[in-house]
Design a protein around this ligand. Structure first.
Ligand SMILES: [Zn+2]
Length: 271
């Protein structure tokens, strides 16, 4: 069984425009291994990719890039949820009503909150973010942070592995997921500072960027019970990350945790 913990899609009315714009940013950025999107951004295509890649279910992570988008995006996420697609919600840290919106996310039955520093104008270690982390912890909403390099901001890393360490030390009751195995292209800092800490790391977009030996060392140091299989589909095919994880000399028990059991624990309090 496979649950892909990091995927993206958009409402049909904006999907093509959103994907074209992101694709343009990624291709022009100089980001390592840029790939065109494998869908045109719709939920229907995402589910077709799951079917073709043997993925049983996915977690959709929408992002409000403007404060006034959060309510409509969360309503959309609640509407498209299914037993194939579990949705996180979104708040924009600059929205005056982020606190009330977090409560609404909880009551809508969404599974957590995605924050993207590079698209939401913040740095993950900024003081103004801590009340938001505290509120999510209080509501029992996991937070997934984009971590490491992003194509939209090639000069500054807005969420470093060290910031992840600071967040979890100051808000230990928060369920924190650091995307891209704790920090895209920050692999040495992940291995030194973040691996082994009380955070989840997702595997989105690591195949092709992170050497196998270092991926294995990070996973062993961190513990397979806190690693989540994820692809960042449509920016990678889930098969890439499945094959990459399969290629590592992990035990079957470790692979089961990574491929779906950790996800089930986070989504449904199983195990
Ligand atoms: Zn992503």
């Amino acid at each position: 069984m496979f649950i892909d913990f990091h995927t993206h899609a958009f409402d049909d009315s904006i999907a093509e425009r959103a994907v074209a714009k992101l694709e343009d940013t990624i291709i022009k950025s100089g980001f390592p291994n840029p790939l065109p999107s494998i869908t045109r951004g719709t939920v229907k295509e995402l589910l077709e990719i799951f079917d073709k890649s043997g993925v049983d279910a996915g977690v959709l992570l929408p992002i409000a890039t403007k404060p006034n988008q959060q309510e409509s995006i969360n309503n959309w996420a609640a509407k498209i949820q299914s037993d194939k697609l579990y949705c996180f919600g979104t708040v924009h840290p600059e929205a005056e009503d982020w606190e009330a919106e977090l409560e609404r996310i909880k009551s809508l039955g969404l599974h957590g909150v995605k924050l993207h520093p590079d698209y939401q104008n913040f740095s993950a270690g900024e003081e103004r973010l801590f009340p938001l982390y505290e509120k999510c912890a209080g509501l029992g909403l996991p937070v997934i942070l984009h971590a490491g390099l992003d194509a939209v901001s090639m000069d500054i890393i807005h969420c470093t592995p060290e910031m992840g360490v600071e967040i979890i030390e100051r808000v230990p009751s928060l369920t924190l997921i650091m995307a891209h195995l704790g920090g895209s292209e920050c692999w040495d800092s992940v291995e030194e500072h973040l691996a082994g800490k009380n955070v989840y790391l997702d595997t989105a977009l690591i195949s092709g960027s992170l050497p196998q030996e270092q991926a294995y060392r990070i996973i062993k140091k961190h513990g397979a019970e806190k690693i989540l299989f994820a692809s960042d589909c449509p920016w990678h095919n889930p098969r890439f990350e499945i094959e990459f994880i399969e290629s590592l000399p992990l035990t079957e028990t470790e692979k089961e945790l990574i491929f779906y059991k950790n996800a089930q624990r986070l989504l449904f309090n199983m195990y």
